[in-house]
Structure formats: C-alpha cells, structure tokens
Design a protein around this ligand. Structure first.
Ligand code: AMP
Length: 335
C-alpha cells in the first residue's frame, strides 16, 4: 500500500532522509531520546545497504518553497521519509520533495503506518477510544470521527468537565469551556443516535489549587464545591474504565485523564494505563496510543513498552485518527 525501503535500491545512491529529531531538551540535555532511537534503524539500514545518508535542516522548509524543493532534490537521488510526526505538514521535506525524487517510507514511518492502519481500518471489535486532555475545542473533529468508528467512547481529563457541565453538574473552578455546552450536548445526542456507548467520569479528585500535592478529596460528579477544581478522575471512574477495557478487543488512546504532571493527579491515567498494559501483555487487547502528553503520561506510568504501539507523533496522530489525508503519507502511496 505504501512504498517502503523494501522496494528502494539505495546502493551507491545519495539518499535524503527526513527524520524528526524535535526532542524535548531540559537544561541543555535531551530529556527523551525516543525519536532519535526510532530514526536510527532506517539510517543504519540505508548505510548498511551502501547508500549515502543525507539529513538536514533549513528555514525555507515550512513554505514548501519550489526553489528550496529543487535545491533539496538536487542533493539526493532517492527520498526516504521517516518522520510520521511531520506527515500532516505540507512542507518542502515532507511533500514537495516527493514530487521530484523516488520516495519511500523509512522503517519508523512504516511501523507507524502499519500499526495505525491495522487498528483503525480493520479493528478487532469491540473498539473503544479514550479521549482525554485539556479541551474539547481542540479535539472536536476527533470526537466526531471517532464516534463514527468506535463502539465505546471514554471521555476524561479537563474536556470531560464540559460534558459534566452540559449534564447539569456544577464544576466549580474546573477547566471548562462553557461556550461549548451545546456542542457537548450535540456529541452526546450523536452518540445516542448512533448507538455508541459514551463513558463519562462518575467521580472526581478535586482540589482548591492547581499544584502538585495540593490537598484533595474524592467527590461524586455532582459534589464539586464552588471553590474546587476537578484534577483527575476518581476511583469509581477508574473502575468503570477498567471494566470497559475488560470487554473490548482494541483500544485507541489520546489524552490523559487528569493533570498528570502534578502528583497525585496522575493516578487515574497511571491506573488505566497499567490495566491496559497488562491486558495487552496478556494478549487480550490491542492498544494504540499517541500524542505528546499521552506518551509522556504512559512513559511516567511505565506502560509504553507493553502497549501494542505508541506513536510519538502529536498533530499527525490526531489528524490520522480524525481520518484526514496527511500530505506526507499521500505521496508515499504506491501506484
Ligand atoms: P491535550 O494536549 O489536550 O492532550 O491536554 C493535555 C493536558 O491536559 C495536560 O497538560 C493535562 O495536565 C491537562 N489536563 C488534563 N485533565 C485536566 C484537568 N482536569 N484540569 C486541568 N488540566 C487537565
């Protein structure tokens, strides 16, 4: 379906490789090397097969400028794109170059495409999606497209507060997009009319300040005080989500259940991640997760290695889930 390195004859050729080494740097040190490690196999394979590898970086890139594309194309004989995380951008080294040189997917791109294609095109059902994170507004397209595909949609994180408010619950000082209550109603009505199960939190961990180790308590979703904010899902909600995991075959996950950067408000995310990882390791479910914060949360939970596939891509992963064509993937299609 996609042209990969299997079809590329790289021997003696100058091979332009597009990688994404946009890694988090803390105090001058690379804090997470996942992207570098994932790029290495493609580079090594091309070098081992006798190709000359060229990686680069250029400011003319983002405009997909034809002059820059031509300069870039002149540097190589073959183009290998190994940066799925940039595939949603119509940039010179993602899209433009592919019209000039024979183009193939690198191994990391191939892994990503195969994992995502298997899960969403032909999922083993029941299929559930967990969508968490901060806001409904950034994930509206995602919720819409997932409702068309999944059997169960679990909503968590700050975005669940907008749904709880739409259900008539007072959410106090919680992050909540009050202007989107009609949208939340619409999504709930859509789920009902399509016969999809929508799972919202039934309890929450609330605190008066947005800070690590802020004094907190567990309340039912109708018990949030005016001066409190929801920072995580509660134990009954965790149990409910785990009971969903126990009866599905495939899980897609984007976005944390709470403000996971602040302990102990990572507990909901960590416990669900652990349950999903155990079921995956036992061969009972297939789990695919993606998005920058989600990967950080799963790493912190020690669950990443036991998931079927964890995508390091943020925007590209979301756009893929939303069913949008990605410029960098379209140019790799065979035929
Ligand atoms: P996103 O980038 O949309 O996936 O959102 C991730 C962010 O959502 C993380 O930084 C979390 O801290 C934040 N988040 C999740 N749940 C909550 C919540 N209940 N209140 C405030 N922030 C939250």
């Amino acid at each position: 379906m996609f042209r990969t390195l299997d079809e590329a004859d790289v021997r003696g050729k100058r091979v332009l490789v597009r990688v994404d080494l946009n890694v988090p740097v803390e105090n001058g040190k690379v804090a997470d090397t996942t992207r570098i490690e994932r790029a290495a196999p493609t580079i090594r394979e091309i070098a081992d097969k006798g190709g000359k590898v060229i990686l680069r970086f250029h400011p003319g890139e983002e405009r997909n400028d034809p002059g820059f594309v031509a300069q870039l194309a002149a540097l190589g004989d073959i183009f290998v794109n190994d940066a799925f995380s940039a595939a949603h951008r119509a940039h010179a080294s993602v899209e433009g170059i592919a019209h000039r040189l024979p183009t193939y997917a690198g191994r990391s791109m191939q892994d990503e495409l195969e994992a995502l294609t298997n899960v969403l095109r032909t999922p083993v059902r029941p299929l559930a999606a967990i969508v968490g994170g901060a806001k409904v507004s950034t994930k509206l397209d995602l919720l819409g497209s997932l409702l068309a595909k999944v059997d169960t949609l679990v909503i968590g994180g700050g975005m669940a507060n907008t749904f709880l408010a739409a259900c008539g619950h007072s959410v106090g000082k919680s992050l909540c997009e009050h202007d989107l209550l009609p949208t939340a109603h619409e999504i709930m009505a859509q789920a009902k009319s399509k016969g999809r199960e929508l799972v919202l939190p039934v309890d929450a961990v609330v605190a008066k300040t947005f800070a690590a180790n802020a004094p907190s308590r567990v309340v039912a979703v109708d018990g949030v005080g005016d001066d409190e904010m929801i920072l995580d899902i509660g134990p009954r909600s965790i149990e409910r989500v785990c009971s969903v995991l126990a009866r599905i075959k495939t899980l897609v996950w984007n976005g944390p259940f709470g403000a996971f950067e602040l302990e102990p408000f990572d507990i909901g995310t960590v416990e669900v991640a652990e349950a999903a990882a155990e079921l995956t390791a036992a061969g009972k479910i297939v789990t695919v997760a993606g998005g920058g914060d989600t990967v950080a949360a799963l790493n912190a939970a020690g669950a990443t290695g036991r998931f079927t596939y964890v995508s390091t891509a943020g925007g590209a992963f979301l756009e893929w889930l939303e069913g949008k064509p990605l410029p960098g993937v379209e140019v790799l299609r065979a035929g």
